[in-house]
Design a protein around this ligand. Sequence first.
Ligand SMILES: [Zn+2]
Length: 158
Amino acid sequence: MKRNKRLKSNGGGLKKSSSRLRSNNKRITAHDDLNKKLDMIFSKVMRISSSDGDGRVECISCCAVKHWKDMDAGHYIPRFIQSVRWDEMNVWPQCRKCNRELGGNLLSYRTKLIDKIGHDSVKDLEDRRSKSTLSRSEKRELLKFYQEEFKKLVDARR
Ligand SMILES: [Zn+2]
């Protein structure tokens, strides 16, 4: 299955995030809410952008083919590592079995990822896991970007 060209990677030049303390619960809730919104739209864009004209995508780990709506967006480096949580090189369509039952099926994931983006890019991704997280304004920018990408991708399939 031929993959569409992926969108630009966003993980490269992250600014160091401020170490300002969150002073109240409201702030934390707003932050989580932004993460959730970004997770949702990013997951959709990563699945659709990898799909063929009929909306089918291949699992990064086991090669099972399903409609993108029946797939997860599986992280290579786990989601709680925020520096690469919304990095396009780190998130690929993955079947629910590999993602949820096989803990990400990561050995196979890594092998396929090297096939797709090359060993150096995988290494680069692994090196960036310890970098700082994104600021709220960077997340808001990403959210806006992927909302627009989603709209474009959906419109292109009408
Ligand atoms: Zn799978």
